[in-house]
Design a protein around this ligand. Structure first.
Ligand code: HEC
Ligand code: HEC
Length: 148
């Protein structure tokens, strides 16, 4: 059975939780970021596949999706941090911020290799990221603060 996921509050939330979970979970929904027109096409496609929404409900669902899962929406706000993300954040807020502001990290854009080099250099300065956690931290940094 599809387990409903956490959705942000708003008009349309209930509709999605009731009508969009009979065939699949909401996972493919909450991971998407797209504009209103693209959402509308998708919802119409779902209706074609058998989702039970009338025209008005299609508009409500589309409006909700575009508002919370639009191109400008933050990366999956509904998804709780993975254990890896939590460990990475603990390093950044704890250890990395003990010498300089975390803003220095947020304002840096680097590739995975460059982040690896930075973390290695910081370890040379005594940051003390354990070998085991270097990869995890580098993955996190590269995904959040990658080169655009
Ligand atoms: C009657 C079954 C059914 C219902 C109800 C349903 N879907 Fe789907 N959904 C599908 C199927 C089947 C696919 C895979 C289609 C494909 O791959 O072309 C899918 C795929 C998706 C995808 C993946 C992207 C894509 O284009 O394939 C998203 C996102 C999605 N559905 C969202 C929704 C939303 C939002 C609703 C509620 C408005 C909904 N679905 C209701 C059957 C359903
Ligand atoms: C012991 C103090 C210390 C700790 C702990 C530390 N840093 Fe640094 N960091 C520095 C200093 C000093 C600089 C500036 C000199 C330099 O770049 O070598 C710096 C510079 C940076 C820069 C600027 C870009 C660059 O290439 O220089 C980034 C990004 C950075 N640190 C990230 C991190 C991260 C991520 C962590 C946690 C793993 C961390 N730092 C932990 C001392 C520290």
């Amino acid at each position: 059975m599809a387990v409903p996921q956490e959705l942000p509050e708003g008009e349309g939330k209930k509709l999605l939780e009731e009508r969009c979970v009979s065939c699949h979970s909401l996972k493919p929904v909450v991971s998407l970021r797209q504009n209103q027109g693209t959402w509308k096409k998708l919802v119409v496609k779902m209706v074609g596949l058998g989702a039970q929404l009338d025209d008005k409900e299609v508009d409500v669902a589309t409006g909700y999706l575009a508002k919370y899962f639009g191109p400008e929406s933050p990366a999956p706000a509904t998804k709780p941090d993975s254990p890896e993300d939590k460990i990475a954040k603990r390093y950044i807020e704890g250890i990395c911020s003990s010498c300089h502001d975390a803003a220095l990290i947020r304002s840096t854009e680097a590739t995975k290799q460059e982040w690896f080099d930075i973390v290695t250099r910081m370890n040379g300065l005594d940051a003390g990221v354990s070998q085991r956690d270097v990869d995890l931290l580098v993955d996190y940094l590269a995904s959040k603060y990658g080169r655009k």
